[in-house]
Design a protein around this ligand. Structure first.
Ligand code: SAM
Length: 176
């Protein structure tokens, strides 16, 4: 069933799948994602291991190279953001496609701690979201970017503007 595009803080977007053109080039650049912890809406699997709603990806251990496009909406954003952030030390990398809601608490507290960001240059036509695409911008947040290949970032750069986080410590600017 198709849902109309909606604001990212509403409960729309729970079953919106990522179009293949965003996932496959990244997946190919690392010989496949190991885990998709919020899975089910995609027509073909995006990772070797998938957790669906029945498995509950929020209560499982995450590992390897993770591709995450979590359920969007007020009820879900904080839980998935905090779970992703807490799993970073256990994973080779986490690639999270999320709304670019940069002023929200869940984004600031967790996704803002990623080390590389790709601000997607178009409104994504999510699978199941209807023809006009999302009514909000998206950002792909990368944690543990040091474990990803150069080819990965080349592919990512075709999807939007890449930015790296800077950390300011006692007057010095460190490349995070
Ligand atoms: C936004 S869709 C993304 C699907 C797919 N990963 C993709 O990128 O196309 C989120 C998916 O997570 C599933 N889901 C919802 N709650 C979940 C949970 N607690 N654990 C795992 N998956 C869940 C939904 O059924 C839905 O298929």
């Amino acid at each position: 069933m198709s849902e109309q595009p909606h604001n990212a803080d509403s409960n729309a977007g729970v079953e919106w799948g990522t179009p293949k053109k965003y996932v496959l080039p990244l997946s190919n650049a690392i010989d496949g994602f190991d885990l998709d912890p919020a899975s089910g809406a995609e027509p073909t699997p995006y990772a070797n291991t998938r957790y669906t709603k029945e498995d509950d990806g929020l209560s499982q251990d995450w590992f390897g190279h993770v591709y995450l496009n979590p359920p969007y909406g007020r009820e879900h954003n904080m839980d998935w953001a905090s779970k992703a952030y807490n799993e970073v030390p256990n994973c080779k990398s986490i690639t999270a496609l999320v709304p670019a809601s940069t002023s929200t608490r869940w984004w600031q507290k967790y996704y803002a701690k990623a080390d590389v960001f790709c601000f997607v240059d178009t409104r994504i036509e999510f699978i199941g979201a209807g023809k006009s695409g999302a009514s909000f911008a998206n950002v792909i947040c990368i944690f543990n970017s040091q474990n990803l290949s150069e080819q990965y970032f080349r592919e990512l750069s075709r999807m939007g503007t890449l930015m790296k986080r800077l950390q300011i410590n006692e007057g010095s600017v460190f490349d995070y």
